[in-house]
Design a binder for this molecule. Structure first.
Ligand code: AHR
Length: 502
């Protein structure tokens, strides 16, 4: 058995975990919206056409914000197509994913979804084929009370009260060569700043996220972030970060490498923080820009693959990746990384929510939870309070892409008010359990409430419609407290949540 030790201090707070870190993303793509959350003809549909089984699972997942309507899709989207009487809505070629879009679901239906699930909307505006004018009109439609063209149009469409959308994205992945209307950094930065200015003039209570680079693999990464931050510094609140880890594992060595993906993510986050702070330093600004990791997940490439016979059809099966335990461990380690950066990472949107690279899957007959559902749900439920700095002593390994990978990944969240201490811990070791000890003498009077584990003998195990609970969380008896020293046996390749409280 391996051994590990964690050292922490009750006073060493990083920052409060923003509940928006546990957000998600819903794009008009494949079966995410249609057949995912919305299927009027389904036996599960409610009076408005929402799938009640999905709604229930979304609530259970504990999602705080949802980014909508894209994604790549937003860069050629006309929001006006998706509002008003359904029979008048046009059918369009959705050019980003080659889907047929009948617009039977749009902004107001999305707001209904948010209301039904107690989720805050995060809307993206189209800075690909459109721009400042479209953005200000959509904002007026959503947030202005009444007495203007667009606010009255919303009222005419049956929504008396404004939607009051507080979070907005200024386009999507605009440095990606694949992006419709893709721009150079200065051009985008200037457009984003001008769009942001009028949006904040119209509604000063909103927060804005500009597009950071679409990923560390792009040649524009870093320089793009610094340039965009420089152009928009005074107008934006967040710069976006997008990351997808590609599971190509065939051997245990591949898996060891893949399980270390959060080291790359850590580097990416630190680089984007550095780019923002570089822009801030040049401006001699006191303001700090936060990070909005508004797309992140594990994927099985090729990304967005669509079978040729499904092109220009409505809601085709598109990147419906099936996630294993191994993927859930990487997802858990990404959550841990974001929580440990709670001082700067304020928003996180797992991409996506239903069917398309998603924690929830649906068929005509049921909905089920993928493996990645569990670490997300655990964090959204238990990561309340402030993360604590800590040091971990444990074995390390080298893999194909990384050196010194700690076998333990961890985050500690302390809720002072409710006197709860929660440890999120992964044992990356594929072969051995690990005995973890943590000195908790500063937490006198706390007791173990629960130790939750996600594990399976086979790290390639998945959940399917026929075996929906093959990989599911369970309670463990592997934790004990003696003289305020916590001892937990972490099973090999497992995700663990250890909750202590008074
Ligand atoms: O989530 C799928 C796609 O991945 C999004 O549309 C895009 O922003 C990213 O490249």
């Amino acid at each position: 058995m391996k051994k590990a030790k964690i050292f922490t201090d009750i006073h060493f707070e990083i920052s409060e975990v923003d509940k928006r870190l546990f957000g998600s993303f819903l794009e008009h793509m494949g079966r995410a919206v249609y057949e995912g959350i919305y299927q009027p003809e389904s036996k599960f549909a409610d009076e408005k056409g929402f799938r009640t089984d999905t709604l229930e699972m979304v609530r259970e997942l504990g999602v705080s914000v949802v980014r909508y309507p894209g994604g790549n899709m937003v860069s050629a989207y006309n929001w006006e197509d998706g509002v008003g009487p359904k029979e008048l809505r046009p059918v369009r070629l959705e050019a980003a994913w080659k889907n047929l879009e009948d617009n039977s679901f749009g902004t107001n239906e999305f707001m209904d979804f948010c209301e039904k699930t107690s989720i805050s909307p995060m809307m993206a505006v189209n800075l690909g084929t459109r721009g400042i004018d479209e953005a200000r009109n959509l904002l007026e439609y959503c947030n202005f009370d009444s007495g203007t063209y667009y606010s009255d149009l919303r009222i005419k469409h049956g929504y008396r009260k404004p939607h009051n959308v507080k979070l907005w994205c200024l386009g999507n992945e605009m440095d990606g060569p694949w992006q419709i209307g893709h721009l150079e950094a200065r051009e985008y930065g200037s457009l984003a700043a001008r769009t942001a200015k009028i949006m904040k003039d119209i509604d000063p209570t909103i927060q804005l996220a500009a597009c950071g680079s679409a990923g560390m693999k792009l040649p524009t990464f870093g320089a793009w972030d610094a340039t965009v931050a420089e152009e928009c510094y005074d107008f934006i609140d967040y710069l976006s970060v997008h990351t997808y880890f590609d599971n190509k594992c065939k051997t245990p060595d591949d898996s060891r490498d893949f399980l270390a993906s959060s080291l790359y993510f850590e580097r990416q986050i630190n680089s984007v923080i550095a780019a923002c702070d570089y822009a801030g330093a040049k401006k001699k600004s006191r303001k700090k820009i936060g990070l909005s990791v508004d797309e992140w997940n594990v994927v099985y490439r090729p990304h967005g693959k669509i079978p040729p016979d499904a092109i220009w059809t409505k809601a085709p099966h598109q990147i419906e990746d099936v996630y294993s335990l191994e993927d859930a461990l990487v997802v858990g380690s990404m959550l841990i990384t974001m929580m440990n950066h709670s001082d700067r990472v304020k928003i996180g949107c797992m991409a996506q929510l239903v069917n398309v690279i998603a924690p929830i899957m649906t068929s005509d007959n049921s909905a089920w939870r993928q493996t990645i559902f569990y670490p997300f749900m655990n964090c959204s439920k238990y990561a309340k309070g402030s993360t604590l700095y800590h040091v971990t002593e444990c074995d390390k390994y080298d893999s194909k892409s990384y050196t010194d990978v700690p076998i333990i990944a961890s985050s500690i969240v302390h809720d002072k008010e409710n006197e709860t201490l929660t440890l999120f811990v992964i044992n990356r070791d594929l072969d051995e359990d690990c005995e973890l000890t943590v000195d908790l003498r500063q937490f006198e009077g706390y007791d173990i409430k629960k130790h939750i584990v996600l594990n399976h003998n086979d790290i390639k195990a998945v959940n399917t419609e026929n075996a929906p609970l093959n990989v599911a969380e369970r309670c463990s008896e592997n934790s004990s407290l003696d003289n305020m020293t916590l001892t937990s046996v972490l099973e090999k390749h497992s995700w663990n949540v250890i909750i202590l409280g008074k």
